[in-house]
Design a protein around this ligand. Structure first.
Ligand code: MG
Length: 231
């Protein structure tokens, strides 16, 4: 059986790893340093499934009531710098069950391209995955520095994957692996199949409600392997 070329786009937070506080701490610090704000800019604001660009923009709007692109770029930069430093001090992060096997299967898939589809800035993705030695495993990606809209990030990621495989995007299957309703919706918006895992802040029923068909407790489920294998 000849396998169709397949592009894998893995989300990071809640899917591969969970970082308890560092992302939020680094973001708050960037705002405190730049605006001199005290207290939490992002109180009662969920980062789940949000792109870093959208988080930064929302924060700036909360503080100033308006926003411009150069300010977004500046704050994103500050955040990424803070994140690397925060992660060095903070070791409250973990790898989710089944991740190593899942990545290995995706990597070995004939005609497969293993990439990231994440709301994280590229630098933030590297800072988060480097402690696990995982960043270099992904050969391409769509990142949160590139666009605020998750579907656009995934679309660009998929195009890069197709280029890597030397194929037209239409000739490839795309499989998005994520943990939030936003991953599910963005994946379906670009015509991808989606594996949704309940290792992030959302329960299986919420992921199903967002339209996910393949929902699992974690990536260690045998059926996940089967899907990644192309079965
Ligand atoms: Mg996530």
């Amino acid at each position: 059986m000849k396998m169709r070329p397949t592009i894998f786009l893995f989300d990071i937070d809640g899917t591969l790893i969970t970082i308890t506080r560092a992302g939020r701490v680094a973001m708050e610090r960037a705002f405190a340093e730049f605006f001199g704000t005290s207290g939490e800019v992002f109180a009662e604001f969920s980062f789940a499934g949000m792109t870093d660009r959208a988080i930064v923009r929302a924060g700036i709007e909360r503080v100033t009531g308006s926003c411009n692109e150069s300010l977004v770029d500046r704050l994103m930069n500050d955040y990424a710098k803070n994140l690397a430093a925060t992660l060095e001090r903070d070791n409250e992060y973990r790898l989710h069950r089944g991740v190593s096997d899942a990545l290995e299967i995706a990597e070995r898939r004939p005609n497969g391209a293993l990439g990231l589809g994440t709301g994280n800035l590229r630098l933030a993705a590297k800072a988060k995955l480097d402690p696990f030695g995982l960043f270099e495993r992904f050969r391409f990606g769509g990142f949160g520095c590139e666009h605020e809209d998750r579907a656009t990030i995934l679309r660009w990621g998929a195009e890069r994957g197709a280029r890597l495989l030397g194929r037209a995007r239409e000739e490839c299957d795309v499989l998005v692996i994520g943990d939030t309703p936003k991953d599910v919706i963005a994946g379906h918006a670009i015509g991808a199949s989606v594996i949704a895992v309940a290792t992030g802040p959302y329960r299986a029923i919420e992921l199903r409600r967002a339209g996910a068909v393949h929902v699992f407790d974690d990536l260690g489920d045998p059926e996940v392997r089967e899907i990644l294998h192309g079965g």
